[in-house]
Ligand binder design. Structure first.
Ligand SMILES: *Cc1c(COP(=O)(O)O)cnc(C)c1O
Length: 390
């Protein structure tokens, strides 16, 4: 049994005694945020015209090293467009971890395709590639450079790795597997802005990736997302699709296909520009916070703090306490008693295969995912809690 009092004491050592709530993850706007947003208000450029969107896209491309970034109104929209760009079609299947935020599964469904749930690994919470290989070898065949699910007869078109809590998965192994089975890779890097896989920012292992700038992510635009793209023609297509497919013209409205009104408003991009200026400090703070959690929890029996894989440098978006054994009642008690000290903890997302709309979706054995649901607790992880930079 893990000792709750010891865990609470460890939390207090890192977070201090508080009369104000300590949320799971909250943004701070103590840089140029006020100035840039005021700029939008003063100029009247708050919506779909203005310079901050282009600037924000440039900054995202520069930081991640991906050639093109297209800003959109949230991470879910970014994923949706990524799937369309990857030619995911009706009745296709897309492999995604059951352990993820619901956006990953929903974006697949928006395309008329089926999410196909795969197992995660306890060491980084991302896809278990060994188990996946065994599974695909059993249920799939490659015919005419297409991966076919022998059980459903449908094409398995793509795979979406998710870098859970910011920890990159072993992308070179995934690339090998994806090549073998003719799967397109779309990286859901929503949680991993500022995380590097073997020295390269996450998103590079695929041609198309997505980011999220929701209020609880490392960098926020209020709500927002981005599509990261390597190919210029594809980037142009993405821009076109996300801006109602309108042909540029001085006064005419002419749309040449069914587009999406997914563009990020200027006022949100302004917020993001200011946030990005402080991203390196935020990452340093977050890594410092992770180190402190690791130190204070190292003496506690029966639980440990999730650490970055050896091949990666993680942004530690959310710190996670992992119990050695599943214990739902410990999780409930710990979360409830932490709230009395104003610390807001969270459990993992309910595995996708347990949600009503996805209960009959194809899936592999998900024993580890279901165990982790009863083993993992997320801890407050806002950058300023790291305390290196104010
Ligand atoms: C945050 C997140 C998204 C996107 O969420 P939005 O709220 O739509 O920006 C997608 N996938 C994962 C894994 C996420 O954590």
């Amino acid at each position: 049994m893990v000792n709750i009092e010891q865990c609470l004491a460890a939390l207090t050592q890192v977070l201090g005694e508080n009369d104000k709530d300590v949320p799971l993850h909250e943004p701070k706007f103590n840089g140029n945020e006020w100035q840039y947003v005021k700029d939008c208000l003063d100029s009247g450029w708050v919506s779909s015209v203005g310079e901050y969107v282009t600037l924000f896209e440039q900054k995202i491309a520069d930081y991640t090293g991906m050639p093109y970034a297209i800003a959109v109104m949230n991470g879910t929209a970014a994923l949706h467009v990524c799937l369309l760009l990857a030619d995911v079609a009706r009745e296709d299947e897309v492999l995604i971890p059951s352990l993820t935020f619901v956006a990953t599964a929903n974006a697949v469904t928006y395309c008329g395709a089926h999410p196909h749930f795969i197992e995660c690994h306890e060491s980084h919470l991302g896809i278990d590639l060994d188990k996946l290989r065994t599974y695909l070898t059993q249920i799939a065949i490659v015919k005419d450079k297409q991966c076919i699910n022998k059980l459903t007869g449908r094409r398995i078109k793509a795979i979406i790795p998710v870098h859970i809590f910011g920890h990159p998965i072993e992308m070179s192994l995934l690339q090998t597997l994806a090549q073998e089975f003719h799967l397109k890779i779309i990286e859901d890097a929503s949680e991993s802005l500022g995380s590097f896989y073997r020295g390269v920012h996450t998103g590079h292992a695929s041609d198309i990736a997505c980011l999220s700038f929701n209020g609880n992510k490392v960098v926020t635009t209020g709500g927002g997302g981005a599509i990261l793209i390597k190919d210029e023609a594809l980037a142009k297509k993405a821009k076109h699709m996300t801006t109602t497919a309108k042909r540029p013209h001085r006064y005419e409205f002419y749309h040449d296909e069914i587009g999406y009104n997914y563009r990020l408003p200027n006022i949100n991009a302004a917020l993001g520009c200011a946030q990005l200026e402080r991203l390196p400090q935020m990452i340093e703070n977050k890594r410092h916070l992770a180190k402190r959690y690791q130190d204070v929890f190292s003496d506690i029996q029966g639980a440990s703090i999730l650490q970055e894989p050896q091949y990666a440098k993680s942004n530690y978006w959310l710190n996670a306490l992992i119990l050695d054994k599943p214990d739902r009642s410990f999780i409930e008690h710990f979360i409830d008693s932490a709230v009395e000290r104003k610390y807001h903890l969270r459990g993992l997302w309910t595995p996708m295969d347990r949600l009503p709309m996805y209960q009959s979706s194809p899936k592999m054995d998900l024993t580890m995912t279901h165990q982790l649901f009863d083993r993992v607790i997320s801890l407050p992880s806002s950058p300023h809690l790291g305390g290196v930079y104010a």
